[in-house]
Structure formats: structure tokens, C-alpha cells
Design a protein around this ligand. Structure first.
Ligand SMILES: Cc1cc2nc3c(=O)[nH]c(=O)nc-3n(C[C@H](O)[C@H](O)[C@H](O)COP(=O)(O)O)c2cc1C
Length: 173
């Protein structure tokens, strides 16, 4: 697929490309719609701005959000987005794709609760609205079990590095 770089400075630049590529897309200079609340699946989201899940790879060794994780989400919240979708987070050790991925477990629930509270508070202070928060729970499948691949930790017991490496590289049928 051909890719195309863009860097629009004005609305005219953008509409010129819409014509160039024969794309039909409604365009408006009125941004008030972005501030309007929307209901999705019965959940009210205070505006139309959303943060997509994006892994920062900055969790602490036990999977808790680290200093940079806090900084990122508080900055997202201060930006005023009505929806903040927290990044891929493992819910089991074997499902953790890398040692820096967030990992939620009974031992660190408090650190996640703190992140949620502070994110809500930062959004409220910035825009007068509490953002709607979602946490993406994931399992890395055959790419998981990072400790097993490294040959350390409880998840690695009984598996050789070679076996783990093979599992990681073999494509699924
Ligand atoms: C650094 C980075 C981390 C990402 N992490 C996740 C993730 O944790 N979960 C997910 O579903 N998508 C993840 N994505 C995909 C984004 O959520 C988004 O769907 C993708 O970047 C396409 O949007 P864009 O064209 O605006 O970049 C990630 C993307 C980037 C660039």
C-alpha cells in the first residue's frame, strides 16, 4: 500500500488534498461538536476527544505504573480528553509481553487505584469533567511469558531458553 506523508498548516491545505485524492469527507471550522458529550453503550463520555491505548513500556518491575506512566496519564488528562483508554495491561505473569509492561495483580492494585484517582482528578481540574477511563487487559499469547524467555522467575521454571525462543518464533498455523 502506498503511503503518503502530510503536514497540514491550514484547512485549505487539507481540503486541497481531499480533492486531489477524490475523498469525500465533511469538513467544518466549527469545533464545538468536539466538546459535546456522547453516550456509547450506555456510558456517558464528556466530550469527543479520546486517548487511544498506547504502551509506554515504563512499568516498574512488579508491573505497577512507574513515574513516567503517571506523568503520561496525568498529561493526557490535563489535555481535556473525555475518554482515556489505558494501555495494554497484563493480568497474569505469563501474559506479560515484556518486563516493562503494566501488570495488574493483587499485590499492586493500590498503585493502579492511585493512577485512576489522580487521572480523574487531573481531568476534573483541567476541564471541569471527569474523563471516562478504560483499562485494556491483554495476554501476549506465545509472545508472553517474558520471564520464561529470560529463563528466570517462577514462570521460567522447567522451560529451557531454547524451547521458549522456539515458541516465540514459530508462526501459528
Ligand atoms: C507507542 C505505541 C503504543 C501502542 N500501544 C497500544 C496498546 O497498548 N494497545 C493497543 O490496542 N494499541 C496500541 N497502539 C496502537 C494505537 O492505539 C493506535 O491504534 C495506532 O497508533 C493507530 O493510531 P494512529 O494512526 O493515530 O497512530 C500503540 C501505538 C503506539 C504508536
Amino acid at each position: 500500500m502506498q503511503q503518503f506523508r502530510f503536514n497540514y498548516k491550514t484547512l485549505e491545505d487539507f481540503t486541497a488534498d481531499l480533492e486531489r485524492f477524490k475523498l469525500e469527507l465533511p469538513v467544518s471550522e466549527d469545533l464545538s461538536l468536539l466538546k459535546a458529550p456522547v453516550t456509547v453503550g450506555g456510558k456517558k463520555i464528556p466530550n469527543r476527544l479520546g486517548i487511544q491505548p498506547m504502551e509506554g513500556c515504563d512499568a516498574l518491575a512488579d508491573g505497577s505504573p512507574g513515574e513516567l506512566t503517571f506523568r503520561r496519564y496525568l498529561r493526557f488528562a490535563r489535555g481535556g480528553s473525555g475518554l482515556i483508554w489505558f494501555e495494554a495491561t497484563a493480568a497474569s505473569e505469563a501474559g506479560r509481553g515484556k518486563p516493562t509492561q503494566l501488570y495488574l495483580h493483587e499485590g499492586n492494585v493500590d498503585s493502579f487505584a492511585k493512577l485512576v484517582d489522580q487521572t480523574r482528578q487531573a481531568g476534573l481540574e483541567a476541564s471541569g469533567e471527569v474523563p471516562y477511563l478504560v483499562l485494556q487487559l491483554t495476554h501476549a499469547g506465545r509472545y508472553g511469558d517474558a520471564r520464561a524467555r529470560a529463563g528466570t522467575g517462577s514462570a521460567g521454571r522447567g522451560r529451557s531458553a531454547k524451547t521458549s525462543d522456539h515458541r516465540r518464533r514459530t508462526p501459528s498455523p
